[in-house]
Write a protein that binds this ligand. Structure first.
Ligand code: TRP
Length: 459
């Protein structure tokens, strides 16, 4: 069935759709990045802005992607070619494809770190380490030449294995197992964190807004992260939308996935900050928050050995169901647009993306590679790796802008209505509000963020 274009593979059940799409959305973005940027930008005021971005921009764009994909029954590039033949709209998909390659390249590296930390947790390596030693361990590890790449390769092979299984028997099947598992782990971690003496300070850090800490940078970062966390702007949800049955209610699905992603991000915060405060540690540790701060927290916590293993397994699982969704964008493109077999497409894209990622990993320490016309990265201040992360921060809102404009101005209102009501099978009351969001709100806000990022990006 590999090359069979007559019958496209698709998701088999409602739960399977939610598991796969929420599996894509819930990832390192929720458990690694959301807590640390929340810490850096001062907590709850940032969260409120983030929630506004999710509701006002993220949700409408997710619905846009689903409906573009399902209507066309095609991959991210093909979807635009089918619905706007002979126009440059397909470049939105091409941009997404490039973003997929870039994101997966560094995502595989960070996911590899999480596998290494699963191994370190199991072999009890954090015990008896002082905070400074934990920092040195992390710094030494990510800047070393071989070890991070070995784990990156392992992780990319896992990703490849799932995608080779196909949409229903690979992506959907594993998501249905892994997502409930993930939820179970995060609930256990929450119970542990919230029952620590002194946990309440962490809770008020998350939920008592202090707007004086809110900067323009925080607002921009909230919008950028809304895209990343919901897997938007790159055609992931177009591709997944194309696997959703014509019987499903797309608006409802988008809402459920958005809520699941947001709840897990908040639960990750609730697992981390109460523990961080309970042990009197600084919340604003940045990218090292989960790799340095948390092992330190686990060291001091009763049962820390078990909870450290659970936490890093959680990170790795979350990363895997996301990375498969990124690889699938590339694979679906090559299989449908270029007539390559799914198997060859999956293997060769994995090889190419892994090589790019391995090079990025080397630029964290071994190789000094900086692009002359760009500011050096601010995330890890490390060069090319960092730069890739920032580049994706720009590409996603740009992709999201074109997706919003496509649904708002290129598609006919009648066709949009047709898709969100399953050709009139039921009524929905939100079409005008939705179109207002994609025609006006999203484009304006995204444009502001995009230009701001661009000027911050060039020297
Ligand atoms: N959303 C995932 C996370 O939070 C990452 C991800 C998967 C992604 N697919 C994507 C990000 C597509 C942007 C676009 O970790």
């Amino acid at each position: 069935m590999e090359n069979n274009k007559l019958q496209r593979d698709s998701f088999g059940s409602k739960f399977g759709i939610i598991a796969a799409a929420a599996g894509s959305a819930i990832g390192l973005g929720n458990i690694w990045k959301f807590p640390y940027i929340t810490g850096v930008y001062g907590g709850s005021a940032f969260i409120i802005v983030y929630l506004l971005c999710i509701a006002g921009i993220g949700l409408p764009i997710m619905l846009s992607e689903f409906l573009i994909g399902r209507r066309a029954q095609a991959n991210a590039v093909g979807a635009f070619k089918k619905q706007a033949p002979g126009t440059p709209w397909f470049l939105t998909g091409t941009l997404g494809l490039a973003a997929a390659v870039i994101i997966l390249s560094f995502y595989g590296v960070v996911a590899g770190w999480t596998l290494d930390y699963v191994f370190r947790a199991i072999t009890n390596q954090f015990a008896n380490m002082a905070p400074a030693q934990l920092g040195d361990m992390f710094g030494g590890f990510i800047t070393s030449p071989v070890r991070p790449i070995v784990w990156q390769v392992v992780f990319m092979l896992l990703t490849l294995g799932v995608v080779l299984g196909g949409v229903k028997d690979g992506i959907e099947k594993y998501s249905k197992i892994l997502m409930p598992f993930l939820l179970g782990i995060i609930v256990i971690l929450n119970i542990r964190a919230l029952t620590l003496p002194g946990a309440s300070e962490g809770i008020s850090f998350l939920f008592k807004p202090d707007f004086s800490k809110l900067s323009a940078a925080a607002v921009l970062s909230a919008l950028g992260h809304a895209f990343f966390s919901l897997s938007l702007g790159m055609g992931t949800m177009i591709t997944y939308g194309s696997y959703i049955s014509k019987k499903e209610n797309l608006g409802k699905t988008a809402l459920q996935v958005t809520i699941a992603d947001t709840v897990i991000a908040l639960l990750a915060g609730l697992a981390i900050f109460p523990a961080v405060f309970a042990f009197g540690i600084e919340p604003s540790a940045g990218p090292g928050l989960v790799f340095i701060t948390l092992p330190n927290v686990f060291n001091q916590m009763p049962g820390g050995y078990i909870f450290s293993i659970l936490f890093f397994v959680l990170l790795a699982v979350a990363a895997l169901t996301s990375s498969v969704s990124i690889l699938e964008v590339v694979v679906a493109y090559f299989a449908e647009e270029k007539g390559v077999s799914r198997k060859a497409a999956a293997i060769w894209s994995t090889v190419a993306i892994t090589i790019l990622g391995a090079f990025e990993s080397l630029t964290n320490g071994t190789v000094n590679f900086k692009l002359p016309f760009l500011k050096s990265g601010e995330i890890l201040s490390l060069g090319f790796f960092d730069w890739m992360i920032e580049l994706s921060d720009m590409m996603l809102p740009l992709g999201g802008l074109f997706i919003a404009l496509f649904v708002g101005y290129k598609m006919l209102r009648k066709d949009v209505e047709d898709e969100v009501t399953n050709s009139g099978a039921f009524k929905v009351g939100y079409v005008s509000a939705f179109l207002f969001a994609v025609k006006v709100i999203a484009p304006i806000l995204i444009a502001i963020v995009f230009f701001n990022n661009l000027f911050g990006f060039l020297k």
